[in-house]
Design a protein around this ligand. Structure first.
Ligand SMILES: [Zn+2]
Length: 298
């Protein structure tokens, strides 16, 4: 039987890989010395073999780096969720339980040079104070409240012992202790500025406005995403902006529930901001990870 070019071509792949027996190897070797066609075919195979090796390596590297990225993002996601849990716990333990007024909570003492010192009791873990000038600008009116919290009740380690009411020597017209339940504020020092009617400190409402702003931003981004649903780049960017107000709203819900008015609005607001940052990063990671699976399916 004559060995045709077709037989040689069938053997060439094995020849290239050095997987032929010596006899077959010699037959192929002999043949390609004299046959240009098979020699060219072999050269083509050699070239072809070199290219695919590189082509295969690149996507593999890409997949590896994508997997690595996904791993990192998953780690960050769980770290952020742990941080959220941590802040929630801290907020719960330090949530103010407002003290109603008694001398055990706070006493006002003159310490010379017109300075007034507020001395706090053991079951005071924090206090809040705001002030404003009297109508005739002869002095300032102060409103003060104290609270305890679970952490302080467990550890009995309140660091708040006393505070100077008027550190710059402002003239104090009156000091009220305010109740966080809508009752009238109680005069604890000076002259009643409004003896006819009661003075009531209302909770601060600014967080309610932030909720409205967050909802509006989220709605605008949602609308953009619906209108531009075909533009992947726009979707991507507006999704990242959309997650910001969503994180804020989620954080508010976690820290404050459905209540937006607060007597300790500044504290609440910073707690919400902190949780919001963690939630936002967590959501971003979640978004990236879901994108990864989406691309994988495509
Ligand atoms: Zn041939």
């Amino acid at each position: 039987m004559k060995i045709t070019c077709n037989v040689i071509k069938d053997l060439l792949p094995l020849y290239l890989e050095n997987m032929l027996s010596d006899d077959s190897y010699n037959i192929v070797d002999e043949h390609i010395k004299d046959c240009h066609e098979c020699k060219n075919y072999l050269d083509e195979m050699k070239n072809f073999k070199e290219i695919p090796v590189d082509r295969d390596a690149l996507p593999l590297k890409k997949i590896k780096s994508k997997l690595y990225k996904k791993k990192i993002q998953t780690v960050i996601l769980s770290v952020m969720l742990s941080l959220v849990l941590f802040v929630i716990t801290v907020c719960y333990l330090t949530a103010p339980e407002y003290n109603s007024y008694s001398e055990r909570e706070v006493t006002i003492n003159e310490v010379g040079n017109g300075l007034l010192l507020a001395k706090f009791g053991d079951d005071v873990s924090g206090y809040d104070m705001y002030s404003y000038p009297t109508d005739d600008s002869t002095g300032y009116v102060y409103h003060i409240i104290t609270w305890n919290n679970i952490w302080n009740r467990i550890t009995k380690r309140s660091n708040i012992k006393n505070a100077i009411i008027n550190p710059n020597g402002e003239k104090v017209a009156a000091i009220y202790y305010y109740q966080a339940n809508g009752d009238e504020d109680i005069l604890i020092f000076g002259k009643d500025i409004n003896p006819k009617g009661g003075v009531i400190t209302l909770p601060r409402l600014f967080m309610a406005y932030y909720i409205i702003i967050a909802i509006v931003i989220a709605a605008i981004c949602g609308l953009i995403m619906i209108i531009m649903y075909r533009n992947k780049k726009v979707i991507n960017i507006s999704m990242k902006i959309f997650l910001l107000p969503v994180s804020y709203l989620l954080a508010h819900l976690i820290i404050k529930g459905f209540i937006s008015a607060s007597y300790t609005a500044t504290r609440d607001f910073f707690a919400v901001l902190l949780v919001m940052i963690f939630i936002y990063i967590a959501l971003l990671m979640l978004f990236n990870i879901t994108q990864y699976y989406k691309n994988k399916c495509n």
